[in-house]
Design a protein around this ligand. Sequence first.
Ligand code: RAM
Length: 358
Amino acid sequence: MKNRLIKSGLRTFALSAVVALGIAGCASTETVTEEPAESTETSEAAESYRIAIMPKAINIGYFAAWDEGAQKACEELGATCDYIGPNEATGPAQVQFINQVIQEGYDALVISAADQNAIVPALQEAAAAGITIVTSDADVAAESADSRLVSILPSAADRIGTAEVDWIAEEVGEEGCVAILSAAATAANQNVWIAAMGPYLEETYPNMSWCGGDLESATFYGDDDATKSVEQFNAILSQYPDVAGIIAPTTVGVLAAAQEKKAKGATVAVTGLGLPSEMAPYIEDGTITKVGLWNPIDLGYVAVYAAVLSMQGEFDGSVGSTFTAGGVTYEVIEGGIAFLGDPFTFTIDNIATFKEIY
Ligand code: RAM
């Protein structure tokens, strides 16, 4: 049986698009093949594996899609996977669940780190207890990379950060000050994307600036909490009444910003990383023009394959090692990371298709 990542026609389309973008845009960081996977038959050996799939917070729509992909991989591999995690996206809240994973003797943990540092000691304890750890979506800090086997991330930080700056530049006519509505200050993924945005905007767009004069003054944190994200959107507007655009590199933040922009009739341009199913109403009614995102279903799927193939002794996570999931071969690069592919963009032209997928 050939492994097909996604069953429906629409979803197969999304996978093809990931492969195509990977080839066109990310050749330096990814190995992409279109050969069918060899080890994707339901595996007898994996049948006894119990894997915990832990999001930053369980109530975030993005992670429901990530879990959908993880569960799909678990089904193909015959593993038992439980989606568990906190209601709030913080490190201490995740640590409680990591401890539960240790106590309950799971074989593997696939986790999006809400805090790049705070969860590291708990991950080290889990590893010492023999649990295979794969971070996915958000990694631990680079200096703690040996606390996990490998990290499965969407795309290189600079590609995600600079893409978002280009989207907002287009929206604001390459003029005016821009602010950022981020998730938590502790999240590695948002931090590395924001770090890439800083110099790129300054070097590329001479008539644009960071509100308040520098990246730090322009960055606000909604902690991947809907209510706090709305508050921070309003804090940006009141602190910087001349703000031309807001980049929200979080699905929770960009949704909150779109909702509040609409409610207030605010003129500020908004873009960022949005889940198409959540953002569709605001793209369809013209509140915002464009957001982007990779396929979180693929991200969860690939992470589970990495964990299981490692437990089966077919992949060791070392730099240069490869593994195959869904017919695509991924190579681990410096830092113990494998990338999926560049983000897609969603506009009125394609949102009707993508909102049905994730
Ligand atoms: C939120 C989370 C997640 C991030 C997406 C884009 O759902 O912060 O980690 O990858 O946004």
